[in-house]
Design a protein. Sequence first.
Length: 248
Amino acid sequence: MGKKFTIKSEDKAAFLNRLEKFGVVVDTFDIQDNKLDKTFTIEFNTPEAIKFVEKAISNSKGIDQTKTPKNVYTDKKANGGNALKEVENPKDVIKLDVPLFIRLLEYAREDAKTDMDLHDVAEKVIALSSKGQVLTMANYDSMMTDKIQEQFNPEDYEWEEEEDPKIVSVNSRMGKDSYVDCDVLTLSGEVKDLRFDLISDSIWEGYAECEAEDEDFTYKMGCMVGDWGSDGYRIVDIDKDSFEFFKK
């Protein structure tokens, strides 16, 4: 024997997402929307599905299950307008022109990934049809906007921060030459072996600059130098903290 559950409409997305995590497949055509009391009703027929539904509700504080209410209206002709009669929910009626109708069929066949996608669009179509107007292709973007934003919302992803170029290691012995070979982590994430040559006219009291370049950037950093007489200056140490790069 099946069991019916009545949930507040505002909790529908959370409820269906929770069931999806439990592996319970829901056909949106089995969902009955109760517009008068802003709830929806769905019935499950297997003990296993019922168990998971009850677990989904009990584990989710945000999902509010209500008692199934009777849909009523006031009969103004009876008892001074105080008599209540049980009625069926009014059927949702939508009006579409042919181009929009064909486009929605294409969306259902080619673009929608889950039943929830179809259900979301159906709700938007119903909302746009609330005043009985004929919907056209001019309304299509309004039907899809939230879904597109949801698919490409950057907040749903963990973006890796780009790391600035830096010196990874020194590959040549200090104090031997007027250049030094270093492994450099470049902006592209690639590690390159670059040769930093001493800029001779930058020498000042034992401190100078050296530079290297690749096809895209020029790299500079400070270095300590020593005077080897007629052989010129040699790099004896580097200042990694002064490392910087410039776009060519």
